[in-house]
Design a protein around this ligand. Structure first.
Ligand SMILES: *[C@@H]1O[C@H](CO)[C@@H](O)[C@H](O)[C@H]1NC(C)=O
Ligand SMILES: *[C@@H]1O[C@H](CO)[C@@H](O)[C@H](O)[C@H]1NC(C)=O
Length: 370
């Protein structure tokens, strides 16, 4: 008995000295295969996007992975922020002390005017309050929460009562590297990887360690993915934009970056790709109905690459008419019909309900032809 207790304590010491969150306690494990449910910017259908309550709500609602974009402040801190500017989701424009920070910068070939995060220190950004991006969603939480740091986001996953994955996107790297100077000649991407390494994220997809701390690294920038490929074993997902859009760093159109030749090139260092759901299942603009799906899912799968489409939203305006405003039908079409490897949604509770129902009864939506 005494020996057992000693062994247990010794084991606990080993575990906590490896920096596992919360020391020795049992957390419900992560799934050992996909498809994955991913909460886009947390439960941002309910709470303002990429805030602590949005991430925590997604976890309460049973999501596998919480997703966010990562940006940077003037003083080189990494934060959870999608846009280059703070205008769309904070009260920055109502703050007289910051009025002089309004600026116009070229961003990916377009002149953008607003309050840019790269012109604010972390302390200043923490003084702002976040609000809901879309006026047709719940405004009740406006003005209550701050923009979290990358480290605060990681802590939410590590401290969750079960194993929860993260899906941080290296956002706007060309713009950020132009405006923020990093010590020792490093880049935004290096700081991003250093942060992940600090918290123990550095394991190949589906390895024991990965299953303890699941992560997908994502970026739309081909050179960012290449740069981090040599610095971390964590699986990378290359985000593919619309065909005619240009990658921010190489300026190649994404039609070229989704070609067979390019997928053959990246398959040695990425675990998968992500695309807009409409790239996989295009919507006819005149009828609002689905056109035949593209071959991108098969072209990824034959190369052993996952495909993670984004972004699923419960509101009818974001869906093909075929789904009749029913998000379950849409999930079923992509997950069971097209066999994508993950779904990224603004409404994690809906996706969890769908996943739970399908686990018990895979044919549940078969009769609901789209
Ligand atoms: C952005 O503004 C600059 C300075 O006014 C101008 O020279 C440039 O043509 C503009 N670029 C675009 C894409 O409008
Ligand atoms: C990554 O490593 C490979 C092989 O060691 C090398 O050929 C490549 O140039 C490196 N890429 C970067 C971006 O450092």
């Amino acid at each position: 008995m005494a020996l057992c207790l000693f062994a247990l304590l010794a084991f606990e010491f080993v575990i906590s000295s490896q920096g596992l969150p919360g020391g020795f306690h049992h957390r419900a494990p992560f799934k050992t295969s996909g498809p994955y449910s991913i909460a886009h910017r947390g439960a941002n259908g309910e709470f303002p996007e990429s805030t602590v309550p949005a991430f925590k709500r997604a976890i309460q609602e049973g999501i596998d992975i919480i997703e966010t974009d990562i940006g940077a402040t003037k003083d080189g801190f990494l934060i959870c922020l999608h846009d280059t500017t703070l205008d769309a989701i904070t009260d920055v424009a109502q703050r007289p002390e910051f009025a002089s920070r309004r600026a116009t910068y070229p961003v990916e070939g377009e002149n953008i005017t607003g309050f840019f995060a790269v012109d604010f220190t972390l302390d200043e950004i923490k003084s702002l309050r976040v609000h809901q991006r879309y006026e047709f969603r719940d405004q009740a939480y406006n003005g209550m929460y701050q923009i979290p740091t990358f480290e605060e986001y990681i802590a939410i996953a590590l401290e969750a009562p079960r194993v929860v994955g993260i899906d941080p996107e290296i956002k706007n790297p060309v713009f950020i590297n132009k405006h923020v100077t990093w010590p020792h000649g490093k880049l935004f991407e290096d700081k991003y990887v250093e942060t992940l390494l600090k918290y123990g994220y550095n394991a190949p997809y589906l390895s024991e360690s990965w299953l303890q701390q699941p992560i997908f690294i994502q970026s739309f920038a081909p050179l960012s993915i290449l740069r981090v490929a040599n610095q971390t074993k964590s699986p990378k997902i290359f985000n593919i934009g619309r065909d005619t859009d240009l990658a921010q760093d190489t300026l190649q159109p994404y039609s070229e970056l989704s070609s067979d030749a390019y997928l053959d090139f990246i398959k040695s260092y990425v675990a998968g790709i992500s695309t807009d759901k409409n790239t996989i299942a295009p919507i006819d603009e005149t009828t609002g109905r689905l056109s035949p799906p593209s071959d991108i899912v098969d072209r990824a799968h034959v190369r052993g690459l996952m495909i993670h489409p984004a972004t699923f939203r419960n509101e009818a305006q974001f869906m093909a008419k075929d789904f009749r405003a029913d998000p379950y039908r849409e999930f079923d079409y992509f997950l069971q019909g097209l066999r994508v490897d993950a779904v990224m949604t603004d409404f994690p509770s809906t996706l969890t309900s769908y996943m739970n129902a399908i686990a018990k009864s895979p044919d549940l939506w078969k009769s609901c032809e789209v």
